[in-house]
Ligand binder design. Structure first.
Ligand SMILES: [Zn+2]
Length: 285
């Protein structure tokens, strides 16, 4: 009688699962939290704007969800959705840049790595741009630059405030120098916004790096970040190799940057709208 005895170790009886198979079977229902290592029901996570209900860890968020979170009743008007990159360099890496764009446009429903909208935040009209990290690492190419610049122009025309939520790996390699020029273009447009005495609030989320940090993400009248976001110009490995020193714990995270005077505030996502609303009331009084 072998009912209570194991004649074979359990793992020999079951066919072994590859890691990839294991992931596929649970995908869509549960998510392991990177903060507290607990398993969270994905619906709980989504209904909490991608913030872990157990420990407050901030998961990444796509641009559309971000816009819905910040705009009153999730109502907004989208601008410049038809703008698409013309592939100025005819760039090909593992696949042609045009093909990469097409497949991402199909899978994300976005035309490029930023959504530009206007709407109301707590009853106050604003221009809002939100970047999406899924679209070639949220990289800044000609379209991102143009959409943000147009959004700034709209803010000036309508005397409204500008909010840009960044999530980006930096300039877009596939557009070379054209990407880098966007840094100057947006910075110049922001100067005009400043001359019109209209506020610009920059929200930095995980990750904000490279040319985006080096231009508009750090040019806000208020630069605020989500908790635990990676924010920097070059990556830690490059810096360590250059200065030949070990970097301190938490280097390039929001809290570290706040402590060293690089940010104005670290604001949890669930308090972000309220915080921006209060800031705008102050700026536009
Ligand atoms: Zn957690």
């Amino acid at each position: 009688m072998s009912w209570f005895k194991r004649d074979k170790p359990a793992d020999e009886k079951l066919p072994k699962l590859e890691d990839s198979e294991r992931k596929v079977r649970t995908e869509g229902l549960w998510q392991k939290c990177d903060g507290c290592r607990q398993i969270i029901w994905k619906k709980d996570l989504e209904s909490n704007w991608n913030v872990c209900p157990k420990c407050g860890h901030h998961f990444r968020m796509d641009a559309l969800a971000r816009v819905k979170m910040l705009m009153d009743d999730g109502v907004f008007e989208t601008h410049d959705h038809c703008l698409k990159s013309s592939d100025p360099l005819g760039f090909v890496d593992s696949k042609p840049y045009v093909d990469r764009l097409k497949s991402l446009q199909a899978s994300t429903g976005l035309s490029d790595a930023v959504i530009s909208v206007s709407g109301e935040l707590d009853g106050r009209p604003v221009q809002l741009c939100a970047m999406d990290i899924r679209f070639i690492g949220g990289s800044m190419g000609s379209v991102v630059g143009e959409k943000i610049a147009r959004s700034i122009e709209r803010a000036i025309e309508t005397s409204t405030a500008l909010i840009v939520v960044s999530a980006s790996g930096g300039a877009r390699m596939q557009e070379g120098a054209v990407s880098l020029m966007q840094m100057a273009k947006i910075s110049a447009a922001l100067m005009r916004l400043d001359e019109a005495r209209l506020p610009y609030i920059s929200v930095l989320t995980d990750p904000t790096t490279g040319g985006v940090t080096a231009s508009y993400a750090m040019l806000g009248d208020l630069n605020i970040a989500e908790p635990g976001a990676l924010i920097g110009f070059a990556g830690p490995r490059v810096i360590e190799q250059t200065i030949r020193k070990k970097l301190p714990e938490g280097f390039q995270r929001s809290e570290f940057l706040l402590k060293h005077g690089m940010l104005d505030a670290v604001v949890p996502r669930l308090e972000m709208k309220q915080y921006i609303s209060r800031a705008l009331r102050f700026f536009m009084a």
